[in-house]
Design a protein around this ligand. Structure first.
Ligand code: ARG
Length: 458
């Protein structure tokens, strides 16, 4: 039986009830709903709105309901409409008339807004912990590959040799900003909407602040109309998830590329790869492909919820019930993607010798030639041109940089001397870097140390 049926002459049509039931989704909030109800009841007792005896009966019944839902003894059906209705009806079944006092000074509008904030608070903490674990997995691989030299790319064209650790640490930085975004979102989420009632407040002597304190909120969403009307905290959270997924999708793409026969650089553990039902030789990188694909789902949730909220007049509108599918899907997809990427990365072997020979004298050292000439006094624009001529000579002769003769170098610029040949070892190129945050071993070591301190400290 709905909570509101007395003014109606007919029961709600079966089809309409089924269509409007949200319990298949909001059942996941039962713990938050019970936590919120308990805090509300305790406040009602303190404020003398209900008696201590009624309060006590309600509190212990709510705990019993929580246990029975957790153990599977109690199950929810779409006919129960939503998690709030279900719990309240159970309460009345257990403590009779007393249970009917629970909803005093409260509406499902502020109740759902509260449940969502309690849920988000916990999920933000969980996702932050998962993100930190992934950062640690990146850091471990970076420590393993402090000396591994790989080609760095721009436009997916070989650009300059770098330390692989440097590349991996870029992701540690991105994920750190993701964590900061979640932490920042939490500041706005961690405020209590309860006591807004339907939207206008109540004539009953409730204390919103008491409830907020009991539930460890930082304060109130003060304006009661705002408290039940907005979902910007959810949108902000999903936006943070979307950005995290965008970051994950980039690493996923790199794992896919690197595990191809052509790159032959990343060896994904068999436990995280799949085969083909037709081609017996195949080992497919399905996990990173799925992460890449699932990023689209989270972007969809963001646009989905923005679209639900767009143009809605104040205050509560039933449209807003559609917020939860987007929220929950974004939470689940982002959490599982973070967890799987962490496992995948921890179990991947990167071949540290893969590019060793390939980068000797490689044209990707051309920038070093230009900088060499600049160090000898040539203006950068001219040096860039001269280095371009060296590259062009190599292309004509189909040879590597160190295979050109001193005479050929001198013909391009008299500033070239024997020491130019030292440039053509990729490790020298890397070591020559001196700018902060560069790929130089010293700079990379510095980053590894500071991330280690930050991520391992607890
Ligand atoms: N199931 C509803 C939701 O998720 C709860 C609030 C219902 N409020 C109402 N006035 N019908 O939004």
């Amino acid at each position: 039986m709905p909570l509101w049926n007395s003014r109606f002459r007919k029961p709600l049509a079966e089809s309409a009830l089924k269509f409007s039931s949200s319990i298949d989704v909001d059942r996941r909030f039962y713990n938050e709903d019970i936590d919120g109800s308990k805090a509300h009841v305790q406040m009602l007792v303190k404020q003398k709105v209900i008696s201590a005896a009624d309060g006590k009966a309600i509190l212990s019944a709510l705990e019993a309901i929580r246990r029975d839902i957790a153990s599977g003894k109690l199950t929810m059906h779409w006919r129960d409409e939503d998690v709030h209705t279900f719990i309240e009806e159970q309460l009345v079944k257990r403590v009779g008339e007393r249970g009917k006092r629970l909803h005093t000074g409260r509406s499902r509008n502020d109740q759902i807004a509260l449940d969502e904030r309690l849920f988000l608070r916990r999920e933000i903490e969980a996702i932050t912990a998962l993100t930190r674990k992934l950062q640690i997995a990146f850091l471990r691989q970076a420590e393993r590959h402090k000396k591994t030299i790989v080609p760095g790319y721009t436009h997916l064209q070989r650009a300059q040799p770098i330390l692989f650790a440097h590349h991996l640490l870029a992701y540690v930085s991105m994920l750190q900003r993701d964590r900061e975004r979640f932490a920042d979102c939490l500041k706005r989420v961690n405020r209590s909407p309860l006591g807004a009632a339907a939207f206008a407040g109540t004539s009953l002597p409730i204390s919103r602040t008491q409830v907020a304190k009991a539930l460890k909120f930082d304060g109130l969403v003060e304006n009661s109309i705002d408290a039940v009307s907005d979902r910007d905290g959810l949108i902000e959270f999903i936006a943070a998830c979307a950005i995290t997924m965008m970051h994950l999708s980039r690493f996923a793409e790199e794992m896919i590329l690197w595990s191809s026969h052509e790159f032959h650089f990343a060896h994904i553990d068999d436990a995280y790869a799949t085969g083909s039902s037709l081609m017996p030789q195949k080992k497919n990188p399905d996990i990173p492909e799925l992460v890449r694909g699932k990023s689209g789902r989270v972007f969809g949730s963001l646009v989905g919820l923005l679209t639900v909220m767009k143009g809605l007049p104040l205050a509560y509108n039933r449209d807003m019930q559609e917020d939860k599918v987007h929220l929950l899907d974004a939470v689940d997809t982002t959490s599982s993607s973070l967890a799987l990427m962490t496992e995948l990365l921890a179990h991947t072997i990167f071949d540290s010798g893969r590019f060793h020979d390939e980068l000797e004298g490689d044209l990707s050292l051309a920038t070093d030639i230009a900088e060499y000439l600049v160090a000898k006094g040539m203006p950068f624009r001219k040096a860039h041109q001269a280095a371009g001529k060296v590259v062009s000579a190599c292309i004509d002769k189909e040879c590597l940089l160190h295979e050109l003769s001193m005479k050929e170098f001198k013909a391009i610029s008299p500033l070239f001397e024997e020491d130019v040949f030292e440039l053509f070892r990729p490790l020298n190129s890397i070591k020559r870097k001196i700018s902060e945050g560069s790929t130089a071993p010293r700079e990379v070591e510095k980053q590894i140390r500071s991330w280690g301190k930050l991520l391992r400290a607890r």
